[in-house]
Design a protein around this ligand. Structure first.
Ligand code: CDP
Ligand code: CDP
Length: 229
C-alpha cells in the first residue's frame, strides 16, 4: 500500500519550484498542484474584467464566482478559468507583474488556501508555492525551501524567454523578480518565508537533476521511517 504523503515546495520566483515539483511528482506518481497558477489564473480574470487589484471586496466576490481547474494533459498541465484554457495567458508579463497584488489580500488567500487544501486531501501530492509548508499543508511530511541568488534566477528566466524566442532586458527582469519577492515576503498574511522544519536547498550551483534527486532522497527517508512504524 502506498503511504499518503504530502510534499511542500516553497521559495522565491524562478528558484526552480515548478520544474522540480513536476519531476518529483512524475517519479513518484503523485499529483502536482501549482498554487502559483491558481493566483495567476485569478489575476488574469481580474485584469480582464478590469477589477481594481486594490479592491479586496470586489476581488473576493469575483473569486467566489470563479472556477479554477488544474487539468493533467498528455504533456503538460492545463489551467482552466471558468472552462477556458488560460495555460499560456497566465504566464504573460502583465499577469506576472500584477499577481502579487491580488495575492496579498487576506480574503483572496483564505479562499485559495481552502481550495488548495481540498485538492490536497487524501492524496499523494507535490504542491509548490510560497506558503505551502507554513500554511496550506503545515503537516506535510516533506518540506523543501528552494532558493538561489537573484542573478541566477534572472538568468534562468532570461534563458527561458530566449528559448521561447524573445530576448528580454536582463536588468529589468531582475528588478521585476526582486519587486515580486519583496511584495511576497512583506505581506501581512502568509508571507514567503521558510517553515522552521523545512529543508533549505540553495540551487544556485545545482542542476535540476541534482535538486530533484535530493528531494527524492528526503522522500525516501520519510517513506522508510513510515514503513518502520
Ligand atoms: O513561477 P513563479 O515563481 O514566477 O511564480 P508562481 O509560483 O507562478 O507564483 C506567482 C505569484 O503568486 C507569486 O509571486 C505570489 O505573489 C503568488 N503566490 C502566492 O502568494 N502564494 C502561493 N502559494 C503561490 C503563489
Ligand atoms: O517555479 P519557479 O518559478 O520557482 O521556477 P521554474 O518555473 O521551475 O523555473 C526555473 C527555471 O530554471 C527553469 O527554466 C529550469 O529549467 C531552470 N533551472 C532550475 O529550475 N533549477 C536548476 N537547478 C537550474 C535551472
Amino acid at each position: 500500500k502506498q503511504e499518503q504523503i504530502a510534499i511542500a515546495i516553497d521559495g522565491p520566483a524562478a528558484a526552480g519550484k515548478s520544474t522540480v515539483s513536476k519531476m518529483v511528482a512524475k517519479e513518484l506518481s503523485f499529483i502536482y498542484i501549482d498554487t502559483g497558477a491558481m493566483y495567476r489564473a485569478f489575476t488574469y480574470k481580474a485584469l480582464r474584467d478590469q477589477i481594481s487589484l486594490e479592491d479586496e471586496q470586489k476581488l473576493s466576490e469575483l473569486l467566489a464566482d470563479t472556477n479554477i481547474e488544474l487539468e493533467q494533459g498528455k504533456n503538460q498541465q492545463h489551467v482552466l478559468v471558468d472552462g477556458e484554457d488560460v495555460t499560456h495567458d497566465i504566464r504573460s508579463e502583465e499577469v506576472t507583474n500584477h499577481v502579487s497584488y491580488t495575492a496579498k489580500h487576506p480574503n483572496v488567500r483564505r479562499e485559495m488556501v481552502k481550495r488548495q487544501r481540498g485538492l490536497a486531501q487524501k492524496r499523494c501530492v507535490v504542491m509548490d508555492g510560497r506558503d505551502i509548508g507554513t500554511h496550506v499543508i503545515p503537516n506535510a511530511e516533506v518540506k523543501i525551501f528552494l532558493k538561489a541568488s537573484v542573478e541566477e534566477r534572472a538568468r534562468r528566466r532570461y534563458e527561458e524567454n530566449l528559448q521561447k524566442g524573445f530576448s528580454t532586458d536582463f536588468e529589468k527582469l531582475k528588478q521585476e523578480i526582486e519587486q515580486r519577492d519583496r511584495i511576497d515576503s512583506k505581506r501581512e498574511i502568509a508571507p514567503l518565508i521558510k517553515a522552521d522544519d523545512a529543508i533549505e536547498l540553495d540551487t544556485t550551483d545545482l542542476s535540476i537533476d541534482e535538486v530533484a534527486a535530493s528531494i527524492l532522497n528526503e522522500v525516501k527517508k520519510v517513506l522508510a521511517d513510515k514503513g518502520e512504524k
